[in-house]
Write a protein that binds this ligand. Structure first.
Ligand code: 6GU
Length: 235
């Protein structure tokens, strides 16, 4: 294969990505050459003896800030290798990540993901070398690395051939967003708890109706927000 979908990940902890990317569906897809993830160690671009990547904030205050020189050198290295790739900073200040954005990014010519650490990144780096800022939710992480993994997982499962089961993705794209119905497998009875009779009926229409009803009920009870603003969470 010539050039599969490629994601460069800039981080000061590139080892963070090793095991998750070697495991399960992701590991198999990379092995098959369906996409590639290339870690770029920001620290390798630091020029001082101690390989410094952070510094104290101008104006004072708690915490450290990622300094511009090594980060921009790493970004220029990544950009030279992949000039068309979208440069994304993972940060709690970013736009919220959701399924529609995953779908959009799966169509991009490639990605350069930047994992922020410390209190943040020098704003001039964002102004000059970042195309888009993304957050994975309203909570605080120690760094962007877990967020980058989540983007990689959500985006690459949408790439052709990564999931065996193509129709499950089609179902996702065309149905309105809703929670899944409950699933059961063997045995029919487990520690006094039975599988709902309808699933054993062999009546496909009844089963489909039951699943749709369960799915709607769950969504209404647990995530009414998904019903209120359909467009925000899927499309
Ligand atoms: Cl993308 N980064 C960090 N550090 N914290 C987060 C986040 C990202 N998304 C939610 N919290």
């Amino acid at each position: 294969m010539s050039s599969p979908y490629t994601i460069q990940v800039l981080s000061i902890f590139t080892e963070y990505f090793e095991s998750p990317l070697a495991t399960s569906i992701t590991g198999k897809a990379i092995e098959k050459g369906l996409f590639a993830v290339e870690p770029v160690d920001i620290r390798a671009f630091a020029t001082d003896k101690h390989k410094t990547t952070d510094d104290v904030p101008f104006g004072g205050g708690a915490g450290m800030v990622m300094k511009p020189e090594p980060l921009v050198a790493a970004l220029e290295f990544a950009h030279a290798r992949q000039p068309d790739a979208l440069r994304i900073l993972l940060t709690p200040q970013g736009e919220p990540f959701h399924q529609a954005l995953a779908r959009e990014l799966s169509q991009a010519p490639g990605l350069i993901l930047v994992c922020g650490r410390y209190e943040g990144v020098d704003e001039r780096v964002i102004d000059g070398w970042i195309d888009r800022e993304i957050s994975i939710g309203d909570y605080v992480l120690t760094g962007g690395e877990p967020a980058a993994l989540i983007l990689i997982d959500a985006i690459t499962r949408l790439l052709p051939g990564v999931l065996g089961n193509v129709c499950s993705i089609d179902e996702e794209s065309f149905s309105k967003p809703s929670l899944e119905y409950p699933h059961y497998t063997r045995p029919r009875e487990f520690r006094g708890r039975s599988v709902p009779d309808v699933l054993l009926s062999g009546n496909h229409k009844l089963i489909a109706d039951w699943r749709r009803a369960q799915s709607e009920k769950r969504t209404r009870e647990r995530r009414p927000d998904l019903l209120d603003n359909h467009r925000d969470s899927n499309d």
